[in-house]
Design a protein around this ligand. Structure first.
Ligand code: NI
Ligand code: MN
Length: 226
């Protein structure tokens, strides 16, 4: 399994030979100018919620690549009206078998509306269980007891959590989330993009390390093998 970070909460996971792009927000991100969205290949695009900083490049990348858009019913319907035909709607608590593994759409504690103010359903996160690895991307969320349930149900190899604070949980709560999820390998997202979410990288990593946990913070454009 390979993981590529495209800045903010956008990343690409390659699993079972499939490329899954999460929450594409690249072209408006001043920090991600080095990434050319026209070179990104994707078989799937997964969207956690309707906020601009998670959907900005969905339409363009979906239309160019023909990737299947997977999200909640409201978000999928919104993009179908923009001419995206390859879609799969889900809602909270539901799972589906895709050719990369089983995908479950789970709760997040956040808000969710489109940039024009229209309703984007409730925000969510994703659990992917594959033959290679099992991982959880929480989407934008606060710390929530639902994570305890996920930790009891799944054997997670990696968790991808927001750590920038202010709009989502910060480092302190992400460490508690990691306890509840019973997974000590966290990949941090949703930090540094705007002034409100700038973090001290060294301090964040140290806070995790002190509790026997690993926090992985990638450079924009960096790929790692998991
Ligand atoms: Ni958001
Ligand atoms: Mn966000």
């Amino acid at each position: 399994m390979r993981f590529t970070f495209y800045g903010h909460a956008c990343f690409l996971i390659e699993v079972e030979g499939k490329k899954i792009l999460f929450d594409p927000f690249i072209s408006p991100n001043e920090k991600a100018k080095s990434v050319d969205i026209n070179t990104i290949e994707a078989n799937y695009i997964l969207v956690s919620h309707g906020h601009e900083d998670h959907i900005a490049d969905v339409e363009q990348i979906a239309k160019r690549t023909g990737a299947k858009l997977v999200s909640n019913f409201e978000i999928v319907s919104y993009f179908e009206k923009k001419g995206i035909e390859n879609t799969h709607p889900m809602n909270h608590g539901g799972s589906w078998e895709f050719d990369f593994g089983t995908l479950k759409y789970v709760n997040a504690v956040h808000s969710s509306s489109f940039p024009d103010g229209s309703y984007a359903g409730n925000p969510g996160g994703f659990i992917i269980s594959s033959n290679e690895k099992t991982f959880y991307y929480s989407g934008d969320t606060a710390l929530t007891m639902d994570m305890k349930l996920i930790g009891e149900q799944e054997e997670l190899d990696y968790i991808i959590l927001p750590i920038g604070d202010n709009f989502t949980m910060g480092v302190k709560d992400a460490i508690i989330a990691s306890d509840m999820l019973k997974c000590n390998k966290t990949i941090g997202v949703h930090f540094d993009t705007f002034g409100y979410i700038e973090i001290d990288h060294k301090k964040a990593v140290k806070n995790f390390t002190e509790r026997g946990k690993e926090l992985i913070l990638l450079e924009i454009g960096e790929t790692i093998k998991l």
